[in-house]
Design a protein around this ligand. Structure first.
Ligand code: ADP
Ligand code: MG
Length: 351
């Protein structure tokens, strides 16, 4: 065989690498919102405000009152594989949402990104990056925390821009993402504002809950999912083999035509995991016809060493070391609770 030109192997440049990574980390505006809000949660914020315009396509701005980033660290925050969240190579002990150090450089490669931040008693500073080109850090005015602004997402990758859905559909996906994140963080205030066309409209709001975690979580779930869900669901609390299952499962009579009302969390991280979704379906098998979907908000908590969250760059899938145990816990925990509720319901009717 003839090789016309001898192939030359070259290292890709940083911008190309970041655009490739961005393809996996941020496929649409809601994914960018997820990364930014998770950063705010990791930064210890108690107040997070998200502003979007045109479904997040022209503007995403996340403001928090977290620990901030110092001026000298701002360029590092935009560098690939640079993170403050894990030490060395300990991928088995992840307690933060982030750990890959990929989100900010990826966003900077596919949009116009500006980070303004203030850390402790220091002066605030700002850094901008567009299409992968970083500017110098400059002084800025900000009272606390961090403001990350992402404009014109995917302007540098028009092929990707074409695959986005309508502003309305993208805005809906952003709302779902913020709600999911808010459900597991009852002590943080969340606000989502749609600023399309120059009008500010608050789409979602959840004020910080008070008290113990259990009550706070109940309060937050009622805020996010509505009274209807709260009144039609039963509390779940089951534990086995190092896995703890809590949350609410709706009565079969409150089932849905789609799986949109299934909210699953592993160690506080919202996931869309096949194993968990399958287990949920399995638990309701005797209670629901095939075309109906249970509504539930379920939290699985375990030692981080029992679950691998580094399966996909978007981190919405997980791998349990012993999937059978988790499945068993969900199926038996929910069946038990549902059967109990059935008894209660029928005895009420009888009485
Ligand atoms: P990761 O979250 O995986 O560490 P990111 O690219 O999302 O990677 O962020 C890089 C670093 O920038 C983080 O490790 C953190 O130190 C800093 N950072 C990002 N967002 C914020 C924020 N809102 N507040 C404080 N620090 C932040
Ligand atoms: Mg991050």
């Amino acid at each position: 065989k003839i090789t016309p030109n001898r192939p030359v192997i070259r290292q890709l440049d940083e911008t190309a690498i970041n655009r490739i990574a961005a393809g996996e980390v941020v496929e649409r505006p809601s994914a960018a919102v997820k990364e930014l809000v998770e950063n705010s949660i990791d930064a210890g914020a108690t107040r997070i405000e998200v502003v979007i315009a045109d479904g997040g396509k022209t503007l995403i701005r996340v403001t928090d009152n977290g620990c901030g980033i110092t001026a000298d660290q701002l360029p590092l925050a935009l560098s690939r594989h640079a993170t403050s969240k894990i030490d060395g190579s300990d991928l088995l002990n992840i307690h933060s949402f982030g750990f890959r150090g990929e989100a900010l450089p990826s966003l900077g490669a596919v949009g116009r990104l500006t980070i303004t931040s203030r850390c402790g008693g220091e002066e605030a500073s700002v850094i901008a990056v567009a299409g992968g080109r970083m500017e110098a850090v400059k002084p800025a005015a900000l009272s606390e925390g961090t403001v990350v602004e992402l404009k014109d997402l995917f302007y540098a990758t028009p092929a990707r821009l074409k695959f986005l859905r309508t502003d309305r559909a993208e805005a809906q996906a952003v709302t779902d993402t913020v709600k999911r994140l808010a459900m597991a963080e009852p002590f943080i205030s969340f606000s989502l504002v749609d600023a399309s066309g120059g009008n500010r409209r608050e789409v979602f709001r959840a004020d910080a809950e008070q008290g113990e975690m259990f009550d706070a979580l109940n309060g937050r779930l009622a805020t996010v999912l509505g009274r209807d869900f709260a009144e039609n669901s039963i509390a779940i609390d089951a534990e086995r083999d190092g896995f703890h299952l809590t949350g609410y499962a709706a009565l079969p009579t409150y089932s849905r035509g789609s799986s949109a009302a299934q909210f699953l969390f592993v160690n506080g991280r919202p996931v869309k995991d096949k194993l968990l979704i399958g287990a949920l379906r399995g638990a309701y098998m005797d209670f629901l016809s095939r075309d109906r979907h249970p509504a539930a908000a379920l939290f699985v908590d375990c030692n981080p060493q029992l679950v691998d969250v580094n399966v996909h760059p978007a981190k919405s899938e997980v791998r349990f070391r012993e999937p059978g145990l988790v499945r068993g816990l969900i199926v038996s925990g929910l069946r038990h609770a549902l059967a109990g509720a059935g008894h209660r319901a029928s005895s009420t009717v009888a009485a």
